[in-house]
Design a protein around this ligand. Sequence first.
Ligand SMILES: C[S@@+](CC[C@H](N)C(=O)[O-])C[C@H]1O[C@@H](n2cnc3c(N)ncnc32)[C@H](O)[C@@H]1O
Length: 236
Amino acid sequence: MTHAELDKSPTDVAAMFDDIAGRYDLVNDVLSLGQDRLWRRATVGAVDAFSGELVLDLAAGTGTSSESFTGKGARVIACDFSQGMLRVGAERRGGASRRGVTFVAGDALALPFADETFDAVTISFGLRNVQDVEQALGELRRVTKIGGRLVICEFSHIPVGVIDTLYRGYLMAALPKIARVFTDNTGAYEYLSESIMDWPDQAALAATIQSAGWSQVAWRNLSMGVVALHRGHRRA
Ligand SMILES: C[S@@+](CC[C@H](N)C(=O)[O-])C[C@H]1O[C@@H](n2cnc3c(N)ncnc32)[C@H](O)[C@@H]1O
């Protein structure tokens, strides 16, 4: 069973997601106690895509994060480098291009799109898994139109010490055990816990987004900071 380490080797990350693709969405719902649906709704609200717009959902996986952006008539490119995740997404929808969502294979570090293609770019639970976060943020900026927007939905840190300690206990002790009920690849869920704890806090991520050239960077916490939604704009 392949799983990634904190060096986030792209080959290992892609193989790990290929491996868990079949039960990925089910396990998400279980491990987040259904909170993932609230996080996705908040992300859709922040992206606020409307008719005529083109949205890039990067690291889209099976496309669960993608289809909700089409609600007001926007078209979505769901891009990911795991063939397994893309295959499950396309099989579930009866094709690689359905109901406003088109699956495209691509690497966040070298996106297969022209400069200034998208009105909005977004990435849910993907940025933590890329090997070079600044490069991915730079690629996202390159493919965004001037005036376009960025929304990042990612696990983060709870600013209240005692609650954070309890949450870390859940991540390290309970989460991998629960995951074991649903998947053979327990290493993938140990990586999930470790990569969340290793991830920069809200302010540090905001600083990285800014240094990648994004303007008006701001964030808000969801579920007390278990997840944070970061936003930015391309000004030039
Ligand atoms: C945790 S899943 C998130 C999937 C989806 N966005 C969601 O919210 O359910 C992370 C995804 O990031 C993808 N990913 C990681 N690194 C990537 C890269 N460098 N380029 C493209 N996709 C990448 C993985 O293949 C995986 O499908």
